[in-house]
Design a binder for this molecule. Structure first.
Ligand code: GLU
Length: 426
């Protein structure tokens, strides 16, 4: 049976507990969230039909500061997954040393089948349902899978209507013109690349290694990572989305891929319309169209899962042909896959470090809102770089010292900080 996301968290906890020699009591403290809140949102669709959608907010820990974490709109968002993601948030905020705890939210529906007006209704209904549970000093949501700055702006607006006063710091990831921070939209990808380059430098691979990158998932984070990496001289040899992908060893242009996606089309449509492909263009470009599963076996140096969790599994880990996996998605590698990758000497730069740039800049946004300040893009970028490089340095050093993986080191650091916090011993 496949390990669930929350079981995967427990597996990470067990491994870190051995490194830290944690007592049974401490392990018990770290096993479950403080609170799981489940509501039903009733939303009227444009055709007059009323739908009931399951909605979640899981507050894992506020031992180090207010609960913090995104809200995802996804048909598979369920309690187990949201619990796991809330725990991961508590770990990441500790790894990058920002004074927040961990939480996560979700609504179980497929936003792709909903109009913009309907999505706005879901967003506002979510805030009304959880208004008592969230707030700028209590629990601060942000975007996640299939939610975005515009949705955060609706949520902030709805929250302010409920409480009757301005509360810009109640949500992060807002549009810049509506109290958001410069650099938040690209922060997850930027942070991941700062960490990747810190790793390559540390290993002396910065100039010696070829830099062929394959990216699974081409949403906000996947696209931004592709764009920045290409500008830095990396070659994007393959990208995929939920419907399939394209492999082009000489390098894809992320902007071109994004144009196709923005038109609501699949990446494969760079070369194909339905099942009919442009054979001449494919041969001229030495490219081929691949399935969503093929991306895992593409020959590359850096493999980036940038979409959903649980995609690198016990089944496909043996096919991965990269030397480094940079986890931009949350929870992309199952514990079974981790064991196989470790055995094969493939280094995994774990999500709780690699993708923590998003929440780091969320913290900067929250600070700016609280202090009434506006930081420049350069300022945000400089602070993000420092934050990520510092966190990487700590994780790398711990991994060397304990002779463990970067993931185990990151979890050990985070659990140590959580238990040391005054509220960590509840
Ligand atoms: N959803 C993002 C994550 O998983 C960002 C969370 C936040 O900014 O609070 O890290």
């Amino acid at each position: 049976m496949k390990t669930s996301a929350f079981e995967a968290y427990h597996s990470h906890l067990q491994r870190a507990a051995q490194i830290l020699r944690l007592s049974k009591e401490d392990i018990a403290r770290l096993r479950e969230p403080d609170r799981s809140i489940i509501k039903t949102l009733v939303v009227e669709r444009e055709n007059g039909e009323k739908v009931s959608l399951p909605a979640y907010r899981v507050q894992f820990s506020n031992a180090r500061g207010p609960y913090k974490g995104g809200i995802r709109f996804h048909p598979e968002a369920g309690l187990d997954e949201v619990k796991a993601l809330s725990a991961e948030m508590a770990i990441k905020t500790a790894v990058v040393g920002i004074p927040f705890g961990g939480a996560k939210g979700g609504v179980g529906f497929d936003p792709k089948g909903y109009s913009k007006k309907e999505i706005e209704k879901v967003a506002r209904a979510y805030v009304r349902a959880f208004a008592e549970d969230i707030g700028p000093d209590k629990d601060i949501p942000a975007p996640d899978v299939y939610t975005n700055p515009e949705i955060m702006q609706w949520m902030r607006d709805e929250y302010e209507k409920v409480i009757g006063r301005p509360a810009p710091a109640a949500f992060t990831g807002k549009p810049v013109e509506a109290g958001g921070s410069e650099g938040r939209d690209t922060a997850t990808a930027d942070g991941a690349i700062f960490v990747l380059e810190a790793y390559l430098k540390k290993k002396g691979l910065m100039d010696s290694t070829t830099k062929r990158v394959a990216i699974q998932g081409f949403g906000n984070a996947g696209f931004n990572a592709a764009r920045v990496l290409r500008n830095l001289g990396y070659t994007i040899v393959a990208v995929s989305d939920s419907k399939g992908g394209v492999h082009k060893p000489s390098g894809l242009d992320p902007e071109e891929v994004n144009r196709v996606k923005e038109e609501g089309r699949s990446i494969t449509e760079l070369y194909c319309k339905g099942s009919v492909c442009d054979a001449k263009k494919l041969s001229d470009d030495h490219a081929n169209v691949i399935t969503g599963e093929d991306i895992f076996g593409i020959s590359c140096d850096i493999f980036i899962p940038a979409a959903l969790g649980g995609v690198i599994t016990g089944e496909n880990a043996a096919r991965v042909e990269a030397s480094v996996i940079l986890e931009i998605a949350n929870g992309p590698t199952t514990p079974e896959a981790d064991a196989i990758l470790e055995e094969r000497g493939i280094v995994v730069i774990p999500d709780v470090l690699a993708n923590a740039g998003g929440v780091a800049v969320s913290y900067f946004e929250w600070l700016q809102n609280k202090k009434g300040e506006v930081w420049s893009k350069e300022e945000v970028r400089k602070r993000l770089k420092e934050t990520m490089e510092h966190a990487f340095g700590e994780v790398f050093a711990r991994a060397e010292k304990e002779k463990v993986s970067l993931r185990d080191a990151a979890y050990a650091i985070a659990f140590g900080k959580l238990l040391a916090a005054p509220l960590g011993k509840k």
